[in-house]
Write a protein of this length. Structure first.
Length: 639
């Protein structure tokens, strides 16, 4: 079949895997035209029905026949239990109905032993000392049908009674019942209290990085808050809910998802109206990430600058960390490598390992992972090979020790990026595969799609070019569909190099050319050095093979020779202080000069940059440089 995962989840939620119910539901979906078989393959054609209200008659009648066997008192007991939910407490139901707890427990024992409607889970004690037995319905369909049998007024009455009983037994604290209380007060038509408890539940879910649940609860809270009168308390509650929506959706849909901007922009307005400076930190970080990842570099830089000003005004180390990371990342993309490293080092100076729980609560991630990951990349660009590896190790240590799976995914992603930059295919494969596995396990969107491009590059260069190219192209398509244009240039670098590796030089040149156009559009220059170099390699191979399309066009429409591409790469790398990229581009330019008979110039070009490296001698780029110089007769002592 080609069924979406959504269908499997829905079928399981409504049948819990009961074979008879699954078969009935499959037949029902077929009869409704939702699923059908085409050429031996099952596909989903229509939209899914609301299976809470729209069930196969065979399933509904089977459940209703069994419920019909109950006495009136037992039916009322189970109806009240269905109001609390799939899981319910004997003591809560007894008090809500005004009955003796012992009598209710005895009847539940019989309903389990004789009728198999419910199943006993465990015993526990509420904060007020009330002892209770926890039960759950044997099947969720029993709870659904019983709950649906309630009249509107009776549902409101019972929902309020159950909610008030839970709060009384919890001594006024929601505790683990926050989401349950939200749904109960929603059913009781109390929008104010429902939105409050959904806010509590959403923040609790966000605290343990249950992002799907957090965003669902927060959005439910927001929909109810719209019915509550304006007040300062209402604004504070909306601020908390919008912040949870923004941070949670950034994890599950990607940093540049449109709904992230809507939530974070509204949260910023509320925080500024309320004068809440600490609450601004994660909101400004979220807005910065949105504009950066969507490719709006100027706006991202403006927010990063404002972030620093706010941090200076508050003199708050928590604000300084986010502000310096934002500036470090955005400056790297504009080609200001030196100042990028300066800001990342400043962020590192403010980082306190003892405050990790505070960072997680504030930023919904570990900023230490982000700053050291970015340091690893930027230090490598500057030619600090050993420093880059040390930063990688710090990021991995923090990420793998973090309760936030996104931090672990990010650390492994950037470890893969570092080894892609170092041209170490096996290690690149190892780390990006780990990142993808973490993302798949926890439903993390952005890091996964970024990791796909790097992983695809490693797959291609490990000897499976077609497979790797497909993965990179899939990453590019997903990024475009999610409005995440920032790293398209990075992914197009991987694609162009993989295409060249396969021998598809025209396609490789075109991919690099597209990357340069995107760089020009967004003011992002971090990828331009490599794009020029790779485009030069494409043109060089096209010229060697005698293909007519050897010329490489710039944005203005003029043509660039292979040497001009390499020269542009070297000059731009030198301007940026990107020594590692300068070395790689210089090797390419020197080879081109030798082939033109300009050996002396080639040696001079490469010796100058090679002499600036005092570490990383075992990396492929330095080995390539040394091998080239050796091939033209330059001894080690003269490098």
């Amino acid at each position: 079949s080609s069924f979406p995962l959504e269908l499997a989840r829905l079928v399981h939620a409504r049948t819990e895997g009961n074979p008879l119910f699954v078969a009935d539901l499959a037949d029902y979906l077929k009869s409704k035209g939702v699923i059908r078989e085409v050429d031996g393959k099952w596909t989903m054609e229509g939209s899914l029905p609301d299976l809470e209200r729209d069930l196969p008659e065979s399933m509904r009648s089977m459940v209703q026949r069994k419920i019909g066997q109950l006495s009136e008192s037992d039916n009322q007991l189970l109806v009240a239990a269905s109001v609390q939910g799939y899981n319910f407490d004997s003591a809560v139901i007894a008090k809500a109905l005004g009955e003796e707890p012992a009598d209710v427990e005895e009847r539940l024992v019989e309903l389990e032993r004789v009728y198999t409607f419910v199943h006993r889970r465990d015993e526990h004690e509420f904060p007020d000392g009330t002892l209770t037995t926890r039960y759950h319905f044997v099947h969720v369909l029993y709870q659904n049908v019983l709950y649906a049998s309630l009249s509107v007024s009776r549902r409101v009455q019972l929902s309020r009674a159950v909610a008030e009983t839970i709060l009384e037994m919890q001594k006024g604290s929601a505790g683990p019942f926050a989401a349950e209380l939200g749904f109960l007060f929603e059913s009781a038509r109390d929008a104010d209290r429902a939105s409050h408890y959904f806010s509590v539940a959403a923040r609790a879910a966000a605290k343990v990085f249950a992002n799907q649940e957090a965003s669902m609860l927060a959005r439910r809270g927001l929909s109810l808050l719209a019915k509550v009168e304006e007040s300062e308390d209402r604004k504070r509650r909306e601020l908390a809910l919008q912040s949870v929506v923004g941070t949670s959706l950034a994890a599950t849909q990607g940093y540049a998802a449109p709904d992230v901007l809507v939530a974070m922009a509204r949260a910023r307005v509320l925080a500024e109206e309320l004068g809440l400076q600490p609450e601004l930190a994660p909101i400004i970080w979220g807005l910065f990430a949105y504009y950066l990842v969507s490719g709006d570099i100027p706006e991202a830089r403006a927010i990063a600058d404002q972030y620093i000003r706010w941090a200076n005004q508050t003199d708050d180390p928590l604000m300084y960390i986010g502000a310096h990371i934002a500036n470090g990342i955005s400056l790297m993309y504009t080609g200001d490598v030196k100042n990028a490293v300066h800001h990342l080092e400043k962020a590192a100076s403010h980082y306190d390992l003892e405050k990790r729980p505070v960072y997680h609560a504030m930023y919904r991630m570990d900023p230490g992972v982000f700053l050291h990951s970015e340091r690893a990349r930027t230090l490598w660009i500057m030619g600090d090979m050993d420093g880059a590896l040390e930063a990688r190790d710090k990021a991995l240590e923090l990420g793998n020790d973090s309760p936030d799976p996104r931090s672990a995914a990010f650390a492994n992603l950037f470890a893969g990026v570092l080894h892609q930059l170092r041209r170490e295919v096996d290690k690149c494969l190892e780390y990006t595969a780990k990142s993808i596995a973490i993302c798949d396990e926890h439903g993390i969107a952005q890091e996964r799609v970024w990791a796909m491009a790097v992983h695809g590059w490693a797959v291609a260069l490990s000897g499976k070019p077609d497979e790797g190219i497909r993965e990179i192209e899939a990453s590019i398509n997903i990024q475009r569909s999610r409005h995440a244009e920032l790293n398209l240039t990075f992914a197009l670098r991987q694609l162009a190099e993989a295409l060249n590796f396969r021998g598809s030089y025209i396609a490789g040149r075109d991919a690099a050319r597209e990357g340069l156009k995107i760089s020009e559009r967004h003011g992002e220059v971090a990828s331009k050095v490599e794009l020029y170099r790779i485009m030069g390699e494409s043109a060089r191979m096209l010229a060697k093979t005698g293909e007519v399309e050897a010329a490489t066009h710039t944005r203005s429409g003029s043509t660039l020779s292979p040497e001009a591409c390499f020269r542009a790469a070297v000059d731009l790398a030198r301007k940026q202080g990107a020594k590692s990229f300068e070395l790689r581009s210089s090797v390419a330019l020197a080879r081109e000069r030798v082939e033109r008979g300009e050996e002396a110039d080639a040696i001079e070009i490469l010796k100058k940059i090679r002499g600036q490296f005092t570490q990383g001698f075992d990396t492929p780029d330095l080995r390539d440089a040394d091998d080239f110089l050796r091939s033209v007769g330059v001894s080690k002592n003269h490098r």
